[in-house]
Design a protein around this ligand. Structure first.
Ligand code: ADP
Length: 233
């Protein structure tokens, strides 16, 4: 198992953000984390990443506890967040080469990742001039330069227009042989991309299954309908 979470709990004052979560993620899985706003997704994912401590329970990532914070383990993860930071006065290529240098990865490799995410045509464009979709590609590229063993993507299509969102799907699909933890509110995306999804509500797992399994279980035609049936139950 790449990720093993057992009996995880985290509260903020009286609020139980994560309330007894147990789950595991296998190597090569594209694993979706779904749930309403405030359900505890970010808290859960950040605890798994080793960026927040839990109150109790255990988390093992790549076979190691992720807390106390383990910089060697973090170096093996790729993390794209909603607040990904950029070297804004740089071009896309320069930005990625600097990110790569921080990981002691060569410029040649960085340029290869720029190609992989489809940004060759924008390589000389300053980061601040990139479109939302191009910026998300660069954020994903930044999480990929060091060829991480586990990739976390946090709503990479959140602020994109419908066309840019669909265009990003091709890139996301191309990552499907990696192990990816993927947070999204777009159920159509999760249905297309994810091998399995966990639906979280009020800090607890409502269901973990394949999109097909969730549809069958709820007698619905789409993952979106399955999701709505499960979170409304
Ligand atoms: P989601 O990512 O699903 O929207 P979060 O993990 O961000 O949910 O939040 C879960 C709950 O924990 C929410 O009620 C939120 O207000 C609360 N919460 C999250 N982070 C903090 C924090 N740093 N301090 C206090 N409460 C928090």
């Amino acid at each position: 198992m790449i990720i093993e979470v057992e009996g995880l709990r985290k509260r903020y004052g009286p609020r139980k953000a994560v309330d007894g979560v147990t789950l595991s993620v296998r190597e090569g899985e594209f694993f979706g984390v779904l749930g309403p706003n405030g359900a505890g997704k970010s808290t859960l994912v950040e605890i798994i990443e080793g960026l927040r401590p839990a109150d109790s329970g255990t988390v093992r990532v790549l076979g190691r506890p992720s807390w106390p914070r383990d910089l060697d383990l973090l170096a093996r993860l790729g993390i794209q967040t909603q607040s990904s930071a950029f070297f804004t006065r740089h071009t896309a290529r320069e930005h990625l080469r600097r990110v790569a240098a921080l990981h002691r990865v060569s410029s040649v490799k960085a340029d290869g990742v720029l190609t992989l995410v489809g940004l060759d045509d924008s390589a000389d464009t300053r980061v601040e001039k990139l479109s939302g979709g191009q910026r998300q590609r660069l954020a994903i590229a930044s999480a990929l330069t060091h060829d991480p063993e586990l990739l976390f993507l946090d709503e990479p299509t959140a602020a994109l227009d419908p066309l840019a969102r669909k265009q990003l799907w091709g890139l996301l699909k191309s990552l499907s042989d990696r192990t990816v933890i993927y947070t999204t509110h777009h159920l159509d995306e999760a249905e297309t991309l994810c091998d399995r999804v966990a639906i979280i509500q009020r800090g607890q797992i409502v269901a973990v299954d394949t999109p097909v399994g969730l549809r069958e279980r709820t007698g619905t035609a789409t993952l979106e309908d399955a999701y709505l049936a499960l979170v409304a139950a």
